[in-house]
Design a protein around this ligand. Sequence first.
Ligand SMILES: Cc1cc2nc3c(=O)[nH]c(=O)nc-3n(C[C@H](O)[C@H](O)[C@H](O)COP(=O)(O)O)c2cc1C
Length: 188
Amino acid sequence: MDLKYGSDEAKKFVTNIGLITSKGKHGENIMAAEWTHVISYSPWLVMINIGGNSATAENILETKVFGVNIAAEEHNGISSISGNRSGKDINKISMLKELGVEFYKANEINVPMLKGAALNLECRVIRHESIGSKMMIIGEVVHSEVRKEAVPIIFSSGSYKKVTDFVAPSQRMSQEELDALVKKHKKG
Ligand SMILES: Cc1cc2nc3c(=O)[nH]c(=O)nc-3n(C[C@H](O)[C@H](O)[C@H](O)COP(=O)(O)O)c2cc1C
């Protein structure tokens, strides 16, 4: 079956926003990708699932490198600008620069990186495959820079949200009660 865009079902998913940067036949580019996930610690692998016809996918499959810039709270505008128009038609990097957004040259790869992102990852493609409606691209992180104080923005129900308070445990039981329960249900 299909998952309908904007449906109640789709609204139950919560993600980061990866601002994916690339440089290739469509020039320097940036796009918003809510489907940006860490899938391995060692090696550190990141997966993005993006439209195969996007300028970003075509740039990345040509050069085999890309940048992941995890959006902080102040980056919702950059996400909307880069996520609603294509680098095939618009130079989004120069457009954003005109708005005061700063980029720096990546350390290990030849792509622009967003200055001030919560986390900047420079990735080399290790695998890609067309899956469903998207191109799955897995990159190994070859360089990272973190802005410790930055809070990543959340994307859910089609809008940007803040990470707020810690959720208190719903089952209120003592550590002893929990230990007893775990012991009771131990296998073997
Ligand atoms: C908040 C947000 C999240 C998005 N997430 C994704 C995503 O995960 N995968 C995808 O294919 N497109 C996603 N998009 C749409 C792309 O960013 C959009 O198609 C963009 O124009 C592609 O740009 P490009 O052609 O310059 O690569 C998202 C858009 C927004 C606004």
